[in-house]
Write a protein that binds this ligand. Structure first.
Ligand code: GUN
Length: 295
């Protein structure tokens, strides 16, 4: 039987509809409740512009006041830090999102850390990331992609406790925090990364009950690697040549979707899987921040 497709687009639409309802409900008793998101974009990377547009459009749809602060790619680091500082101090702003990646002359660590923890709805600051690794810490914001994946697994009633979980990729904002979240939910987690050997990839993937790939390589996960019945979550955003498209290319994940669908029990597509959940969680985190700010 082919795998059931986990429809992230539909699940995210439901989540966004819940957010819309909650905002209008709060407004019915607090007319001045105005959740506000500021997105900072440096330069003109087309991929960043696409993501930013998506986040602003979704914000508007749910009733979040989203705005874009766009700066030239050669902005001085001190000027950017001063802008962020002003937004940190502005009580009308509930979330500040600095779209990554940044131009090379800017220190990404320093800049993501300069966003006040209570407004860091991306969850990229050290304080928010570190909180994930503490047992009882009150985590302010969990990064949106790992949070979206946990939401998907929960929505699909995928049992994590007692399962073999493999996360491919160990980035600070996806693989690293996700592995910890899955472990906290009782999974026995193995993290594979760029220094893992092909033999290790084969060995650990073949035992995985849940397999997440966030490495950014098309066809990294093929069906021969999989244990029958595995749940596959594809975080990859890659582009491969496709002469049938006007653009000459097609978006795909890390997973050979066609082949792996023959072996997995559930699988996320790309596009339409994890991506929409990331956007949904930006809105979710922003609403939580605005609610806290308004007591
Ligand atoms: N660049 C790619 N993904 C993301 C994301 O989730 N947040 C931000 N701020 N930048 C990104």
């Amino acid at each position: 039987m082919p795998a059931e497709i986990i429809d992230g687009k539909k699940i995210s639409t439901e989540l966004r509809s819940d957010i819309t309802k909650e905002i209008s409900q709060i407004r019915s008793t607090h007319p001045h409740f105005n959740p506000k998101l500021v997105i900072i974009q440096i330069g003109d990377r087309p991929d960043s512009s696409t993501y930013v547009k998506m986040k602003l459009k979704s914000s508007e749809e749910v009733g979040i006041d989203g705005s874009l602060l766009k700066f030239d790619a050669d902005i001085k680091q001190d000027d950017l830090l001063a802008k962020i500082d002003a937004l940190n101090k502005d009580d009308s702003v509930h979330g500040i999102l600095v779209q990554l990646p940044l131009p090379k002359h800017l220190d990404e660590e320093l800049i993501t850390n300069s966003v006040k923890q209570s407004k860091d709805i991306d969850g990229f600051s050290e304080l928010n990331l570190a909180a994930i690794f503490k047992k009882n810490a009150v985590t302010k914001f969990i990064p949106c992609t790992p949070k979206g994946i946990m939401y998907l697994l929960n929505h699909e009633k995928v049992q994590i406790t007692g399962k073999n979980v493999v996360v491919c990729g160990r980035s600070d904002i996806v693989g690293g925090p996700l592995a910890k979240l899955l472990e906290k939910e009782g999974g026995t987690v193995t993290v594979l990364h760029s220094k893992s050997t092909p033999e290790q990839v084969k060995l650990f993937c073949s035992h995985a009950d849940i397999l997440v790939s966030a490495v950014g390589k098309a066809n990294f996960i093929t069906k021969d690697l999989l244990k029958p019945g595995v749940v596959v979550i594809d975080v990859g955003t890659n582009f491969v040549p496709d002469a049938t498209r006007k653009s000459g290319r097609r978006m795909c994940g890390d997973v050979d979707f066609q082949g792996c669908s023959e072996v997995a029990s559930k699988i996320t597509p790309v596009p339409g899987g994890v991506g929409p959940m990331t956007v949904g969680m930006v809105l979710h985190n922003l609403l939580e921040s605005a609610k806290k700010a308004n007591g």
